[in-house]
Ligand binder design. Structure first.
Ligand SMILES: NC(=O)c1ccc[n+]([C@@H]2O[C@H](COP(=O)([O-])OP(=O)(O)OC[C@H]3O[C@@H](n4cnc5c(N)ncnc54)[C@H](O)[C@@H]3O)[C@@H](O)[C@H]2O)c1
Length: 381
């Protein structure tokens, strides 16, 4: 089939490459351009994916390329301004990476810009396209474990980072229920950032969904034993577990675990193909901004609950980022001085990046690695 749509990617890093794979696995789309300020990264990306158009400035790409699909694959704080800019050029759809953005006011600005320009907005919670998770969702909605009661999961490396997938997954597995309330707790004693956003050292939340089910989410409380892919769902008549490949369940009528292994397909390709279907036929996209809005709201509600020591009932009133507000209010005093970013290695040169990863694999904390790297370079980065 001849491609009929033109796509461009903003940010040619780790996830920009996954979007390239997604577009190249979609017959209707030609990946024609990329914006990336780092010359070495941009040239390698253009070569690896045969992308003719290379730009250092997103606006220049939008002015020149007449794009139907735009992927926003930069760090979180650029998601809103770059999505809003792209929407003004009237592409058919924007696929913006997770987390959608930081704070509910920012979510609303992104949604408004896309609605005003009739642009479909999809957020990169691509794991919704795991066939194992979709099978688990179907089984739960079919009642194989009775009424779902509790989803449990352990995440890490920041709630806004990996935790966004986890909270999104809890909703997906349960059939995307609305949220009634969130009770959350967090600790922040080090000056911790993730891709330039101030984050917690550790946190947890109990989330009450409509229909009765709850989710218990913890992040960075068990730093070395967590996953964004593994969930247990307990119901009134059984238990179901799933990961990226498998589903298994046991209930009052099965003598032992029933194990299923649905086919695995690249979720970025499925995400991209479903975006074409969404553009052409309408309906819902399982990773649409409506779903990601709930995810951001739950994350912000966890923080707001910790800020005010109260249960937060939805809809969330606070529109700004509660972690920054708490910090400004003196509620999160830093006890171990020295700002560090747990994704700083992404912005490093290859040798330093490898050294960073080696130290991480040795079990060192991000903060200690950051301190060691500063000592090595003779000053802060
Ligand atoms: N969906 C997932 O599973 C998943 C996985 C990893 C990352 N992510 C998300 O993707 C986003 C990017 O993360 P990453 O790991 O790819 O980061 P990265 O650092 O590897 O890549 C980001 C790239 O953006 C470029 N960039 C910076 N400013 C730019 C600008 N103004 N215009 C264009 N490009 C610019 C950087 O030079 C860099 O190459 C983050 O928000 C992250 O949360 C999602």
């Amino acid at each position: 089939m001849t491609a009929i749509y033109r796509a461009g990617i903003v940010g040619a890093g780790q996830i920009g490459r996954s979007h390239a794979v997604g577009y190249q696995g979609t017959d209707e789309i030609d990946l024609v351009a990329v914006t990336e300020p780092n010359d070495r990264v941009r040239k390698a990306f253009q070569e690896d994916y045969s992308v003719p158009g290379g730009y250092t400035d997103m606006k220049e790409m939008l002015d020149n390329e007449d794009l139907d699909y735009v992927s926003i694959c930069t760090w979180h704080l650029l998601h809103e301004p770059q999505s809003v800019l792209a929407a003004g050029y009237l592409p058919k759809a924007i696929i913006c990476e997770k987390p959608m953005t930081v704070g509910m006011a920012s979510v609303k600005r992104m949604i408004k810009a896309c609605e005003d320009n009739q642009v479909k907005l999809v957020i990169g919670h691509q794991r919704r396209f795991y066939h194992s998770w979709t099978k688990a969702r179907e089984l739960i909605l079919d009642g194989v474990i009775g009424e779902p009661q509790m989803v449990t999961t352990k995440s890490g490396e920041g709630l806004l980072n990996c935790g966004t997938h986890v909270i999104d997954a809890c909703r997906y597995l349960l059939g995307d229920p609305e949220t009634e309330w969130v009770m959350g707790a967090l600790e922040r004693k080090t000056d911790r950032y993730e891709r330039e956003v101030r984050i917690e050292d550790a946190c947890m939340a109990l989330i009450q969904f409509t229909g009765g089910a709850q989710a218990l989410v913890q992040s960075d409380l068990t730093p070395e034993r967590w996953s964004v892919e593994e969930y247990q769902v307990r119901g009134t008549d059984g238990v179901l577990e799933t990961d990226a490949r498998k589903v298994r369940y046991i209930n009052g009528s099965t003598e032992k675990w029933v194990e299923l292994e649905p086919e695995y397909e690249d979720p970025w390709i499925l995400q991209s193909r479903d975006t074409v279907r969404y553009v052409e036929n309408g309906g819902d996209h399982r990773g649409g901004a409506q779903q990601a809005t709930h995810t951001v709201e739950i994350i912000m509600a966890l923080y707001q609950s910790a800020r005010n020591h109260e249960i937060v009932r939805m809809p969330l009133g606070e529109q700004d980022y509660p972690v920054d507000l708490m910090f400004d209010e003196g509620k999160l005093p830093v006890e171990e001085a020295g700002a560090y970013d747990i994704r700083a290695f992404l912005a490093m040169e290859p040798d330093d990046r490898q050294r960073y990863n080696e130290m991480r694999h040795e079990g060192m904390r991000h903060k200690d690695i950051a301190d060691a790297m500063k000592d090595r370079s003779g000053g802060p980065r």
